[in-house]
Design a protein around this ligand. Sequence first.
Ligand SMILES: Nc1ncnc2c1ncn2[C@@H]1O[C@H](COP(=O)(O)OP(=O)(O)OP(=O)(O)O)[C@@H](O)[C@H]1O
Ligand SMILES: [Mg+2]
Length: 454
Amino acid sequence: MEKILIVDDEAFIRENLERLISKDGYLPISTDSPDEAINIVAAEEISLVLLDLNLGSSSGLDVLRAMREVDPEILVIIITGYGTVESAVEALKIGAYDYIKKPFKADAIHLIVKLALETQNLRRKVKRLSRDADGINMVGNSPALMQIFQQIREVAKHEKATVLITGDSGTGKELVAQAIHNLSPRKERPFIEINCGSLPFNLLETELFGHERGAFTDAKNRKIGLFEEADTGSVFLDEIGEMDLNLQVKLLRVLEDRKIRRLGGNRNIDINVRIIAATNADLKGALERKDFREDLFYRLNVFPIHIPPLRERHEDIPILLEYFLQRFSKEFNKLMRGFSRETIDLMMRYHWPGNVRELRNVVERICIMHNVEQILPEHLPREIWGEVPQSEMPFDCEIPPEGIVLDDVIARVEKELVSKAFRISGGNVAKTARVLNVPRGTLRYKLEKYELDS
Ligand SMILES: Nc1ncnc2c1ncn2[C@@H]1O[C@H](COP(=O)(O)OP(=O)(O)OP(=O)(O)O)[C@@H](O)[C@H]1O
Ligand SMILES: [Mg+2]
C-alpha cells in the first residue's frame, strides 16, 4: 500500500486528510513535528508528502529542503493557507510538485494526490527505462513495444542475421536498428547507415560497393564502399523499398554469397556485415507491382520486426510525453512539470499520423513556446483538439462522496466558458455570441447574471 505522509500542526486538518487518504486506499502517516517528518522520509518508503507551509515555529520551506536532501526524489504537495501563495510558488521552485490552498475540498485532494502519484510512477518508469536501457534507447510500455524489445534482444545475439524493420514514418525504425547493433557483439564496430531513397542509382551503387581507380571517367581514385567500410559491423539500409531494381539484384547477391565486387574491379571481396533494412513502404504491394524483387524480399525478411503506428499503442503515449517533457524542459531550461489529465486524454485520442516523431515535435514546440508548470489543452496545437467532437471534450469533473449540486456546478462551468469567450473576443458582445453560438440577447443576459459585463 502506498504511504502518504501528512505534516501539519493542526490536528483537525491532519485527521481530515487521514480520512480522505485512507478512503482512497492509501496508508496515511501523520505528524506535527518537522523533525519527525524528515526522519520518516529518511527511514520509510514514502510515496507522497502533504506538507503544511506554516508549521508553528518552523518554516515549511526549510522542511521541504531538508526532505529533499534526504530523498531528492521525494514528491511533496504543499498545503498553503490564505496569504502564503507566494511561498507556495517558492516551494515549487525548490522542488515541490504542486500546492493546494486551504480550505480544500475533498475532491481536490483526491485529484491532486491521484495525479501526483501517477506522474511519480511515470517519472520512475522513465528513469528506470533510461537506466537499464542496456542499449535500447526507446521508451514505451505497450505489449507491442515490449515484444519488439524482446525481438531486438533476441536477434542482436545472432550477429549475422538479417533484419527487416517495417513501420510507418516516425515509429522508431532507426532506433530499433541502432538498438540491434548496440546490443550485438558488434557494438564496438561501425554502424553505417545509408538512405537508399536519397541517391540516384549509380551514386548509391558506388556508395555501397566502392570502385577501382578508372572504373569510370570520374573515378580518379579507388573508393571503398560501405559494405567494406562496415566490415565486422552493421549496415543499415534505410528506405529499402526505394532501391532500384538493378541494385536489388546486386544486393541479393551480397546476401547470398557474402561477397562484393568493387565497380571496375575483377576480384570478389569477402565481407562480414550484418544487414539491417527498413522501410515504411508497403513492400507487399511493391512485390505485386514487381517494383520489389520477391527473392530479395525473402532474403531480407529472415527476421522481421514490425512497429505498429502510435495510434495502435495508446499506452505508450503518457510515458513518451513524460520522457520528451523531461528531456526538452531540461534542454530549454524550463520548469515544466507535467500534463494535465485532460491534456493527456486529448493526446491519447489524437491519431498521430506522424507517430512518435510528431509527438516529440509537439512536446518540443510546447517547451519552446511556453513556460508553465502544468501543460493544459490550450497549449496544444489546434490539430490535436480539433479532432475531438465537442460533445466528447474531456472534462475533469469528479463527484465527491458527499455529492454535488448539479445546477451550481453547471453555472460555474457556464460562467467560466462565457468569461473565457468574452475575453478572447476582446470584450466584443457580437463576437462572443458567435464564438458561443448563442443569440446576442441570451449572451447579454448571461454576462449580466455573472457580472461579466463591466
Ligand atoms: N519508443 C520511442 N522512444 C523514444 N523515442 C522514440 C521512440 N520511437 C521513436 N522515437 C523518436 O521519434 C523520432 C522518429 O524515430 P525514427 O527516426 O527512428 O523513425 P523512423 O521509423 O525511422 O521514421 P522514418 O520512416 O520517417 O525514417 C526520433 O526522434 C526518435 O528518437
Ligand atoms: Mg528512419
